[in-house]
Design a protein around this ligand. Structure first.
Ligand code: DGL
Length: 263
């Protein structure tokens, strides 16, 4: 069981930002990454649709023999992880906007959260936000349109510049000193976001925390792989454009495969 792969899914290429943290921390673990790009963006779908897609992705990763699943998508986590955990007999790791560290460290008392419509309107987000953000101002912004542009590889487009300016302007006016990235696609926008935000604003994403939590849970269940780094099988699958997925992996040094599938 220990030598079986970790499964990871996202609505598309964004979860590769989580995969990189995970592989950096656990290089001996084999991984199967599923990019459901044909169905992206999840963030503009209804909760039942997000749930159905999350079940489909889980079933597919189970068919690949995964020992644990990382839901590398805030939208799928906030809408579906409770269902997945109570209906499948393996550990799931999820990702949620990192409001807690932002709320703890803010000095200005104002923090921004940029996330998808599906995440910001979820019950789980409302609960987390209520638990950690009392007494501070949270400027929530739905990132409509950002994921589709990233999925088209248009990070440097004029449309992206225009959307980011529009979404970040109210946060700058409110005096935020922390910006929480609540979508796994958004770490690929950090360079663009930094061009717009004042330099003192800290940008927080949850990738490292998810990797650390995955390690803890593997240890707890005695599921860590016994394999030297460099010997792990790193497999990526997409139901859309394999070249696009590969273009988000150019900084990966170990060898991996990218395959197109129909699901
Ligand atoms: N990467 C997904 C997330 O973290 C993007 C959701 C979408 O496809 O809209 O929320």
């Amino acid at each position: 069981m220990n030598q079986k792969p970790i499964g990871i899914f996202d609505s598309g290429v964004g979860g590769t930002s989580i995969w990189k943290e995970l592989h950096g921390l656990l290089p001996g673990e084999s991984t199967v990454y599923l990019a459901d790009s044909a169905n992206a963006p999840y963030g503009e779908r209804s909760k039942p649709e997000i749930l159905d897609l999350s079940i489909k992705n889980t079933e597919w990763l189970l068919s690949k023999g995964c020992k644990l699943i990382v839901v590398a998508c805030n939208t799928a986590t906030t809408n579906a992880i409770a269902y997945l955990r109570s209906n499948y007999d393996l550990p799931f790791i999820g990702i949620e906007p990192a409001i807690k560290p932002a709320a703890l460290h803010t000095r200005s008392g104002a923090v921004g959260v940029l996330a998808t419509r599906g995440t910001l309107s979820s019950e789980l987000f409302a609960k987390t936000s209520g638990n950690y953000a009392s007494g501070i101002r949270v400027i929530e912004q739905m990132g409509d349109g950002l994921v589709p542009l990233i999925e088209q590889g248009r990070i440097d487009s004029d449309e992206m510049t225009e959307l980011l300016h529009r979404y970040l302007a109210p946060m700058i006016t409110a005096g935020i000193d922390h910006l929480v990235l609540g979508c796994t696609h958004y770490p690929y926008l950090i360079r663009r976001i930094k061009e717009i935000l004042p330099t003192h604003v800290n940008i927080i994403d949850s990738g490292r925390a998810v990797a650390a939590q995955t390690k803890r849970i593997l240890e707890k269940h005695d599921l860590l792989a016994d394999r030297p780094s460099g010997k792990a099988a790193l497999k990526f699958y997409t139901n859309s454009d394999p070249q696009l997925l590969s273009s988000f992996l150019t900084d990966v040094e170990d060898s991996y495969t990218v395959e197109k599938i129909t699901i």
